[in-house]
Design a protein around this ligand. Structure first.
Ligand code: HEC
Ligand code: HEC
Length: 263
């Protein structure tokens, strides 16, 4: 099956939802219990857990995504889930449950089946990410994309393909500063010009419709009402945000196929 069947939206979602390291290490096929166990787990999960964690365990009303929970990824047959459920985290909204060992194993089996399904889909997508044309990717990099205005394959991007696997790379270039496993996000700089008084520049600390705050060169926190000041924000990722709206499917595939050659 060709990559063209993987939609741009799916690719963007894939990159954005870069998995925690624990999950990456486990992008392998793991055993899923028999169907009847999973189905009993599903029924119990729907009743006892689904309200908070979502009926598919992908997160819901206040409960986190269990499909990508490190605890659940490391669990085998309920060995971690069981002790956890006995105490819960009542202070954080996770009640304790008194369940039999078999019931715990069924719940764990259902979550395993859910996570394995996601992992298998993801493996499928990964295998299909690097199917563009490297030469076209390079041309886009130096042409339409304008990437070479800020990056160089022999400079800052040298060896990038040995630092990240293809989905990681995809994540880095689509959402720099937001993905895991990269450098600390760069801060945004802003210049505030109050109606009365000179302009001040610094690191943007806070911004909403009503107020703005920066930390100036002396390290002082300074806040202004936006009625009485104009603000200019300099976002280091602005070019990348803009690019997100411009890439076609093919551009993304060609670029990733080019970037993986920068070893
Ligand atoms: C009333 C809402 C609620 C219900 C019902 C609930 N949970 Fe939770 N659960 C939470 C919340 C909130 C957290 C996150 C607690 C925290 O921030 O550490 C959580 C955390 C967890 C975690 C830990 C995830 C992690 O990686 O740290 C597991 C596992 C879990 N729940 C399983 C279950 C199971 C299985 C059930 C059903 C038997 C269940 N929960 C029912 C709200 C709920
Ligand atoms: C106007 C400047 C600018 C342009 C144009 C630009 N980028 Fe970036 N890019 C950045 C900045 C700033 C970062 C963040 C660097 C950091 O976190 O240290 C970044 C990060 C990246 C990273 C992650 C690097 C790492 O080490 O994690 C990749 C990959 C990347 N850009 C690729 C591209 C590609 C491909 C294009 C063109 C389609 C492009 N960039 C266009 C400024 C730019």
């Amino acid at each position: 099956m060709s990559l063209r069947t993987v939609s741009r939206a799916a690719l963007l979602a894939l990159a954005f939802n870069a998995w925690p390291e624990a999950a990456r290490a486990q992008l392998i096929s793991r055993p899923v219990p028999p169907e009847d166990v999973v189905e009993r787990g599903r029924a119990a999960f729907t009743v006892s857990c689904g309200f908070c964690h979502g009926i598919d365990a992908r997160g819901g009303e206040g409960g986190p995504d269990l499909v990508r929970s490190e605890m659940m990824l490391n669990d085998e047959g309920g060995d971690l889930l069981g002790p956890f459920l006995q105490v819960g985290r009542p202070d954080l909204g996770m009640p304790p449950f008194q369940l039999s060992e078999a019931e715990v194993a069924e719940l764990a089996g259902f979550v395993r089946a859910q996570s394995q399904a996601v992992i298998n889909r993801r493996l499928y997508v990964i295998q299909n990410v690097v199917t563009g044309d490297a030469a076209r990717g390079r041309a886009y990099f130096n042409g339409e994309g304008g990437c070479n205005g800020c990056h160089s394959p022999a400079g800052d991007l040298a060896g990038i393909a040995s630092r990240f696997d293809p989905p990681g790379l995809l994540n880095r270039f689509l959402y720099p500063g937001r993905g895991r496993g990269g450098s600390q996000p760069l801060s945004r700089r802003a210049t505030v010009t109050p109606a009365a008084g000179p302009a001040v520049s610094g690191t943007l600390e806070y911004l909403d419709d009503f107020s703005v705050a920066i930390r100036d060169a002396n390290g002082d926190y300074r806040s202004f009402s936006r009625d009485a000041a104009s603000v200019e924000v300099d976002d280091p990722y602005a070019a990348h945000v803009d690019l997100l709206g411009r890439y076609t499917d093919d551009d993304i595939h060609d670029l990733i196929t080019y970037l993986v050659t920068l070893e």
